[in-house]
Write a protein of this length. Structure first.
Length: 265
């Protein structure tokens, strides 16, 4: 089967692009550079961020359809600004002592300001008017978000960001624990701290891709004979298999030199 795949025109090129994309994804994640979603900067998700979003049942983690408010919450929790409130930096200055604006009210003012800016960037007022008019003209039907509207684009960008962050996620991440009922956080902390002897705070602040990458490296070091799966390479094979099963691409096409349109980016 491996020889057959290699003989399909375009497969080797697609595999090379997939490998290069895999390396670039890991490099970007380890650099922990801010990403842009809907014109807003977001940090690389940390262990603490993940736990907070999971407790909120963020649709971007549980794969449900998000609302504008849920998108805004996601972007705020991952914004660089929120670190000013959680790490005793930036605006937490001595001159605020005795100020009639306490820290709690200032943070909420910042949240409302960011929400207003996000509404403007995503043209929410226009979208809401369009949806209201459509619902009035089509009673009993559900308005579907246009694929090219700013909100739909922002939601797509956010899901793409999450996929990138979880590129090296452990296969058991979706479970609440393992067979012994051990909390997944305990497993993460135990694996990292037993190897690197880091304090709890360092693990809490560790970007998820770095955590997953280190866990993957530890696993390969302790079990060198274990196969190293390539998600992007496996995806290319699944695309081809699905096309052949549906009849969109055949063995005769491959023998005739017809290229298959691999979606590897």
């Amino acid at each position: 089967m491996a020889f057959y795949l290699n003989g399909i025109p375009g497969y080797r090129e697609a595999l090379t692009r997939a490998r290069n994309g895999e390396f670039k994804t890991r490099e970007d994640n380890w650099l922990a550079l801010p990403q842009m979603i809907a014109g807003a900067k977001v940090r690389i998700m940390t262990v603490r961020d993940y736990v907070a979003l999971l407790r909120l049942q963020s649709p971007f983690l549980v794969h449900t359809v998000p609302s504008f408010e849920e998108l805004g919450t996601f972007l705020w929790l991952l914004s660089p600004q929120i670190e000013r409130w959680h790490n005793h930096e930036g605006w937490r200055k001595p001159w605020l002592v005795g100020c009639r604006w306490n820290l709690f009210s200032i943070e909420h003012w910042q949240i409302r300001l960011d929400a207003k800016r996000l509404r403007r960037r995503l043209k929410m007022t226009k979208l809401e008017k369009t949806a209201k008019a459509w619902n009035q003209a089509n009673p009993g039907k559900t308005y579907e978000l246009p694929d090219d509207c700013p909100l739909a684009t922002a939601i797509e960008e956010t899901f793409a960001y999450v996929d990138k962050v979880f590129f090296d996620r452990p296969s058991t991440l979706a479970q609440a624990g393992n067979s012994s009922g051990l909390l997944y956080l305990t497993s993460w902390f135990d694996v990292i701290q037993s190897q690197y002897h880091l304090p709890d705070e360092a693990v809490w602040k560790m970007p998820l891709p770095v955590l997953f990458g280190r866990m993957k490296a530890i696993q390969q070091r302790l079990n060198p004979g274990e196969p190293d799966f390539n998600r992007r390479q496996d995806d290319l094979a699944r695309q081809l298999q699905a096309a052949m099963q549906s009849g969109q691409y055949t063995e005769q096409d491959a023998k005739a030199g017809k290229r298959f349109d691999f979606k590897d980016n």
